[in-house]
Design a protein around this ligand. Structure first.
Ligand SMILES: NC(=O)c1ccc[n+]([C@@H]2O[C@H](COP(=O)([O-])OP(=O)(O)OC[C@H]3O[C@@H](n4cnc5c(N)ncnc54)[C@H](OP(=O)(O)O)[C@@H]3O)[C@@H](O)[C@H]2O)c1
Length: 323
């Protein structure tokens, strides 16, 4: 693979915060904590450190975590990993999220010091409302976030899973306070293209809001590993196995097309999936693949070191639409 392509940094929305087109999602480091923590294996901290170091060594400069990811476990694991890698606060960007379920905006200032505590001295580059489901209006949430900015507790504001109407309300409420809405973090991949038709992507373009694409390799389906080795599914159980099994044959034409480009660029199918995401819509989309293994983090970072041609991206676009 061509490895000398310089990684271009991109702004989070209209802020001065610069990130690499690919960050590392660390929800997978929530194992052992609360409801979400039960969905993930418990990864020893040394392994977490190695995953984080692999991401950093590959050029990744930012990380996505959340209160919901183990009520502090993922945030703390991340901070420990960054410290072990010798990274100081100004060298990295951390995005984290407030958990809104059964809460009002009044909880935002009450829990911010918990976030900062778990992040162990690293600052919050972007703070998001995780879901559009609190008891408060987006206006009240954004006012609470603006207060945190003014108090110097966070460096920018974002939302996650917001539809276009709610994005606009959040954007307008922040604008009154002179603050840009930096990001909307939403599900987006070659296998989930809803934001292209439900108005989220167009609204983001219009308002200058960065889209952070989550679940970019469809939890492994878009890496082709289950297509190439279906026996991997034998070791799995539950909803994830059922969903993978249901979708393998349906998605095979896309995996085959991606495999062709992977061979051309001496890359992996996962890298082709990520490369498409960060280039197909220009700079407006960045992404945060998760990893449970060092090799996965290395591959994710490596996806920034080549660029699919416009024709190749169009071909994947077409095949993906036909599935
Ligand atoms: N805002 C939200 O509501 C929301 C929701 C979900 C996720 N997120 C964020 O988005 C991040 C990523 O999303 P996600 O974890 O749902 O989905 P994902 O990134 O599509 O899937 C991650 C999983 O895919 C597999 N994988 C990753 N890279 C691979 C590679 N190169 N080769 C083979 N397998 C690979 C690994 O599974 P195995 O461990 O099985 O190998 C890994 O745990 C999360 O960490 C989190 O930060 C946000």
């Amino acid at each position: 693979m061509e490895t000398n392509k310089k990684i271009q940094l991109t702004h989070l929305g209209k802020t001065d915060i610069l990130v690499t087109p690919i960050g590392l999602g660390v929800m997978e480091m929530a194992g052992g904590g609360g409801l979400i923590g039960r969905m993930f294996p418990i990864i020893p901290q040394e392994e977490k450190n190695a995953i984080i170091k692999a991401a950093l060594d590959g050029g990744i400069n930012w990380f996505d975590t959340a209160e919901m990811y183990g009520a502090g476990i993922s945030e703390q694991s991340l901070a420990t990993g960054l410290k072990a890698a010798g990274k100081s606060d100004h060298e990295v960007v951390i995005a984290t999220k407030w958990q809104p379920f059964l809460r009002t905006a009044g909880n935002i200032p009450r829990t911010i010091n918990d976030r900062l505590h778990f992040l162990g001295g690293y600052s919050i580059g972007n703070y998001m409302i995780h879901q559009p489901y609190s008891f408060s209006s987006p206006e009240a949430e954004m006012n609470a976030m603006a207060n945190l900015m003014e108090a110097g507790k966070i460096r920018s504001v974002g939302v996650s899973n917001f539809d276009p109407a709610r994005m606009r309300r959040a954007h307008a409420a922040l604008a009154i306070r002179g603050i840009p809405l930096a990001v909307n973090q939403v599900r987006y991949s070659l296998l989930n293209r809803q934001i292209e038709t439900n108005g989220v992507l167009d609204t983001a373009k219009e308002l200058g809001v960065t889209i952070i694409a989550y679940t970019p390799v469809a939890r492994g389906l878009l890496t082709g590993k289950y297509h190439k080795d279906p026996e991997l599914l034998d070791r799995m159980s539950g909803w994830r196995k059922a969903s993978l099994q249901r979708n393998i044959e349906r998605t095979r034409p896309l995996i085959n097309a991606m495999d062709e480009f992977a061979n051309k660029y001496e890359a992996t199918i996962a890298q082709v999936a990520l490369n498409w995401l960060i280039n197909f819509n220009g700079e407006i989309v960045v992404t945060i693949p998760g990893a449970t293994k060092v090799l996965q983090a290395e591959e994710s970072a490596g996806a920034m070191k080549f660029r699919l041609s416009a024709d190749e991206m169009a071909r994947l676009d077409e095949v993906s639409h036909k599935l």
